[in-house]
Every structure is written in structure tokens, then in C-alpha cells.
Design a protein around this ligand. Structure first.
Ligand code: ZN
Ligand code: ZN
Length: 156
């Protein structure tokens, strides 16, 4: 079982520090696209049936530069915040609506699954048009040479 599924029985009644390091496939991402795996440094607080999770999630995504088409790795990180209540069968429909609208999660009293929240957070942090570096010159429009390797000799 992945450490991104927190076993509530192991939590102390106050504040817990939970450090997780797992390969990307554990949260439903492709390992080849997230080659360094995923790290999280979380503070998990349990108060009765309510569990709150706050912390940071870090990974590095393998992306393709939109200008030069080279693959490069981009450090990706974001803040994870999850509030979870214990689910009850009677309120299932209400819970599903809450999960969609308010990012409220539910646990079954034994485990809190953070996989979806971690995956969504990382995907939201990805740039829409990734650049290998801010001033990447890209490819020559005439000969297609990668101008990161120097001038290609075509007239500008
Ligand atoms: Zn580039
Ligand atoms: Zn050229």
C-alpha cells in the first residue's frame, strides 16, 4: 500500500509529521513523465473524526520544450490542503457533491487516501506551454536546426 494512503490508526491524537516518498505510479501518474518520484512533507492533524492535511508536494516532470522540442525536467511543487470527514453511507450523494465543489474529502475511519489530491495538484502545477529555459531560441524556421547549439548559418 502506498504511503499516500494514510493509516489513521497510526496517527497520534495531535499533530503528526508525515513524510512520503513514492514513485509516480502510486498516485496514478506515469513514472516516465515523473522520473524522480514524488515527495511530500505533510502535517496531519486528527481531531475526532476530522482529519486535516497540510504540506508541500514536490516532484519533477519530464516535459517537452514547445520551442526546441527537447525533453527537460522541471521541478514542480505545490501546497496540499485536504480536509476530510468520516463518511457515512446515508450522506453519500451529499458527500459526492461536496467533494466536487469544496475539495472536501472523506475517509472511512481507517484510511485517508491522498492519491487523487496529490495527482491533481501536480497536474495543475504544470505549465501550459513549457520552455526548457526562459530564453530558449527554439528551432530555425528555415533549416530546423536547434539554435541552442549555436547559429545555424541561415541569414536572419
Ligand atoms: Zn527549448
Ligand atoms: Zn537555419
Amino acid at each position: 500500500m502506498t504511503d499516500f494512503i494514510i493509516d489513521l490508526a497510526t496517527l497520534k491524537p495531535t499533530l503528526n509529521r508525515v513524510e512520503v516518498e513514492e514513485p509516480a505510479h502510486e498516485v496514478g501518474l506515469v513514472d516516465a513523465d515523473w522520473p524522480g518520484g514524488i515527495r511530500a512533507d505533510l502535517r496531519v492533524e486528527k481531531s475526532g473524526d476530522r482529519v486535516s492535511v497540510r504540506g508541500s508536494v514536490t516532484s519533477s516532470a519530464r516535459l517537452e520544450c514547445v520551442r526546441c522540442l527537447r525533453a527537460f525536467d522541471l521541478e514542480v511543487s505545490g501546497d496540499l490542503t485536504v480536509f476530510a470527514e468520516r463518511s457515512t453511507a446515508a450522506k453519500r450523494a451529499e458527500q459526492e457533491a461536496l467533494e466536487r465543489d469544496n475539495y472536501m474529502s472523506f475517509h472511512d475511519g481507517r484510511r485517508l487516501d491522498l492519491c487523487d489530491a496529490v495527482r491533481e495538484l501536480l497536474l495543475l502545477e504544470l505549465p501550459i506551454s513549457p520552455h526548457c529555459r526562459e530564453d530558449c531560441p527554439g528551432l530555425c524556421r528555415k533549416c530546423g536546426a536547434d539554435l541552442n547549439d549555436g547559429p545555424c548559418g541561415c541569414a536572419v
